[in-house]
Design a protein around this ligand. Structure first.
Ligand code: NDP
Ligand code: A1CAB
Length: 271
């Protein structure tokens, strides 16, 4: 069995570990590193996975998943680099960081795959986009695709699209959560108890997502089907248009893309 080590088991690292276990992977095939002992103990208690130090993780794992914040990458690479033996596959989940940063800092020829996942990995509904670096072979991409395929959907994209992907599906769940939060607030304003408002909105979101995915319909057609002549929906849509919500979403996603580029640029002098 492939041994996978997650370096930095924060929110996305934990989502991956949890998703892999739910998908049937044995905890004994998983390792993780963390900075704080209390966090490490909590994860070991919850998932039965071994906490190890970075040298042990890179030595024992076949696949080394880097899941620290982009701002924390330099000291981790310093710690990893002398210990990564040949033939290991390094998978980066870090927003903005190009494969060439890892290739430059890790031993010559190290295969690197850049991945942008999202937190719905926790429930087996991730969207992950993967791109191979200069030394990543098809078998490396196949392995990463198989791994992530057990916790959701996987797309292969050119690395040049990863900053845009980060803004769309990496950050995307946050925008949906934000929308749901705002709609629940609207329910409160209209006098609906919070728990009822949450049920109404969450189930509407689940139903809409299922129609988008399974019904094969275009979002415009699906929205038109809800929008009756002289009805309630068009009254609401007019307000959304008046407030420029479509433009705000486009601007938000562009800003997220720009931030991803910026996170990568912070390490450019090292490339
Ligand atoms: N959250 C998300 O939805 C997504 C995140 N990502 C990417 O995943 C990465 C992690 O993000 P996220 O999980 O949100 O961040 P978190 O801060 O929750 O997780 C990072 C974890 O790594 C730990 N850490 C930092 N340096 C080291 C080290 N040298 N050794 C061991 N552990 C270390 C941090 O500890 P400490 O708490 O001490 O800092 C923290 O627990 C980022 O690069 C982000 O771009 C990608 C897709 C989606
Ligand atoms: O906010 C972030 O930077 C990370 C990357 C994508 C989602 N969360």
């Amino acid at each position: 069995m492939t041994t996978i080590a997650v370096l930095g088991a924060g929110k996305i690292g934990e989502a991956l570990l949890s998703g892999l276990i739910k998908a049937g992977r044995a905890p004994s095939d998983l390792l993780f590193t963390e900075r704080f002992p209390t966090r490490a103990e909590e994860l070991t208690k919850t998932y039965g996975i071994s906490h190890v130090d970075v040298p042990t993780a890179v030595e024992r794992a076949d696949v080394i998943v880097v899941a620290v914040k982009p701002q924390d990458i330099e000291p981790l690479l310093d710690e990893m680099a002398p210990k990564v033996p040949g033939g290991k596959l390094v998978v980066s989940l870090c927003a903005g960081l190009p494969t060439k940063l890892f290739e430059r800092r890790l031993p010559e020829g190290t295969a690197v795959v850049r991945v942008m996942p999202n937190t719905p990995m926790l429930v087996g509904e991730a969207m992950a986009a993967i791109s191979g670096g200069a030394h990543a072979a098809d078998r490396d991409l196949d392995l990463v695709e198989e791994l992530l395929g057990s916790v959701g959907k996987v797309a292969r994209v050119p690395e040049g699209q990863q900053d845009a992907v980060t803004a769309l599906s990496g950050s995307g769940p946050a925008y949906f959560f934000y929308l749901v939060e705002a709609m629940i607030d609207a329910g409160i304003l209209l006098g609906i108890p919070r728990a009822t408002a949450a049920d109404l909105i969450v189930q509407s979101a689940v139903g809409a997502a299922a129609m988008l995915r399974e019904g094969g319909g275009h979002p415009v057609m699906l929205r038109e089907a809800v929008t009756s002549p002289a009805g309630t929906t068009i009254a609401g849509i007019r307000e959304l248009e008046k407030h420029g919500v479509r433009a705000a979403l486009i601007d938000a996603i562009e800003a997220a893309r720009d931030r991803s580029v910026e996170l990568g640029r912070a390490h450019e002098e090292d490339d």
